[in-house]
Design a protein around this ligand. Structure first.
Ligand code: SF4
Length: 362
């Protein structure tokens, strides 16, 4: 049987073209876009402003949802992790992080990940497959509907980070398409300046992103100040070593808006990459490339069977002050959702936790 088209990944213009092919007027496409993206409906049945026979016609060719929610885990700190399934039974994980002034949704771009970062649990799944644009958009819809109710406008701003499972730049086309849908003021209306995409260092895509007019922010995961150590922790470094990666970042820097900084993520692994000497090496590396950047230090989130421990907090503080003495803006990221395997590097479709009570209709 032919696979149904998942309309949640369509822009308004694409939906108009789609309905016109079915012999319907353009405004029906606009109605469907609003129902999917503004009212955040996940079934045609609920789109009662559409004639019944048209809804039946839609059902034959297309769908408004393909993800099923398998479990929802709620952390003591309020973070929520959703473990979902695609129609072909691949795990998809999304994390909702409530904060005082805004919420952040961390979405996945792939099911599993082909990169082999040794500090990351997702790596152990390998790549199951890349997600479609619609599957990326639907993750945001599920998280917002669960947090606030179906279609209820979020009371605070929503930030998006592409830091869940997968390397977003290895699924570039679907990612960019999804962002176009998400940006639309008639839909979710989450604008590029509220979106950060993180990469392990896919250099050609950094150049491509830099060339986009309305692009999201960029974060680069570094994890090591030397090629020798980075080759070990993030094997993608063998393909694009630090000098090439930072040269691409330097190019990207030309596109930064006033006040915007490049972000480098640095996971802190006890006795692996957290010495004073390594802090100096990192500062020298960034200063040598003269980058307008900040560094986020991320205490490692321990997870069996990963062989690392998080750096003790005094170590993180010393590392931070060495970087700052050398003129690098440095922040320490507070871990969120560690108890439910929702924190950075922990997404690996874990099921063994007790799930929260029955999920209401999202
Ligand atoms: S850290 Fe990111 S890029 Fe590396 S294996 Fe994990 S999900 Fe993939």
């Amino acid at each position: 049987m032919k696979e149904k088209i998942h309309l949640t990944g369509y822009t308004e213009a694409e939906l108009i073209a789609f309905v016109e092919q079915l012999g319907q007027p353009a405004y029906r496409g606009r109605q469907i876009f609003a129902a999917l993206q503004h009212r955040r409906l996940r079934s045609f049945e609920k789109m009662t402003d559409l004639p019944k026979d048209f809804r039946q016609q839609l059902e034959q060719h297309s769908t408004a949802s393909t993800l099923t929610i398998e479990s929802r885990y709620i952390s003591q700190d309020g973070t929520r992790r959703y473990l979902m399934k695609t129609h072909d039974d691949r795990p998809v994980e999304t994390v909702f992080i409530p904060e005082e002034r805004r919420d952040t949704i961390c979405f996945s771009s792939q099911s599993g990940c082909p990169l082999q970062c040794t500090f990351c649990l997702t790596a152990q799944l390998g790549l199951l497959r890349s997600l479609t644009a619609a599957e990326i958009v639907e993750q945001i819809i599920v998280a917002l509907n669960d947090a606030y109710g179906v279609g209820v406008q979020p009371p605070k701003g929503t930030n998006l980070v592409g830091m869940g499972a997968g390397e977003p730049f290895l699924n570039f086309e679907s990612l960019i398409h999804a962002l176009r849908v998400i940006n639309d003021p008639k839909g979710l209306h989450i604008v590029p300046k509220r979106i950060t995409i993180s990469t392990a260092g896919i250099v050609p895509r950094i150049h491509e992103l830099a060339a986009m007019t309305d692009r999201p922010h960029l974060a680069v995961s570094l994890a090591a100040p030397t090629d020798e150590l980075r080759n070990e922790l993030m094997p993608i470094n063998r393909k694009w070593p630090l000098d090439q990666l930072l040269a691409a970042c330097k190019e990207f820097e030309k596109t930064l808006k006033p006040g915007e900084l490049l972000t480098f993520e640095y996971v802190m692994l006890d006795k692996v990459n957290d010495s004073d000497e390594q802090a100096r090496q990192l500062a020298n590396l960034l200063n040598r490339h003269g980058l307008r950047a900040k560094v986020n230090l991320i205490p490692h989130n321990p997870a069996e069977p990963l062989p690392y421990l998080p750096s003790p907090s005094e170590r993180v503080d010393t590392f931070q002050s060495i970087l700052e003495t050398k003129g690098i803006h440095t922040y320490v990221r507070k871990p969120r959702g560690r108890d439910i395997y929702a924190a950075c590097g922990q997404l690996a479709a874990r099921r063994e936790l007790r799930t929260s009570p029955q999920i209401s209709q999202i």
